[in-house]
Design a protein. Structure first.
Length: 104
């Protein structure tokens, strides 16, 4: 069942950037692609549970700041060692300048 929650203002995220969002003690990461598409994943790296919002975004990839593990943030796919487990992704919609994610 869908549970849409407001995560941030669309303008809070620059293209090729990531911002954190926390709900109920769970960390999420919200991304804006170079083409101004918006995406959301779990906010912790699947390798060492490091916050991804401190990582580097380049193209459609987020790089973990701890061990440089990389994920495709559009699909959550782990792109090689040391990360082997994909990230969970969440549906995103932008309504009236607000980014909503479905955490249901």
């Amino acid at each position: 069942m869908a549970q849409w929650v407001a995560a941030c203002a669309a303008d809070d995220i620059d293209p090729e950037d990531v911002v954190p969002f926390t709900l109920g003690g769970r960390a999420y990461a919200i991304y804006r692609s170079p083409e101004s598409g918006y995406y959301a994943t779990d906010g912790l790296c699947t390798h060492e549970q490091t916050l991804l919002c401190d990582g580097l975004v380049d193209g459609g990839v987020i790089e973990c700041p701890m061990h440089n593990g990389r994920f495709d943030y559009t699909s959550g796919k782990a792109l090689g060692a040391p990360v082997l487990t994909d990230l969970r992704t969440y549906p995103v919609q932008v309504v009236d300048g607000t980014v909503y994610i479905d955490v249901g």
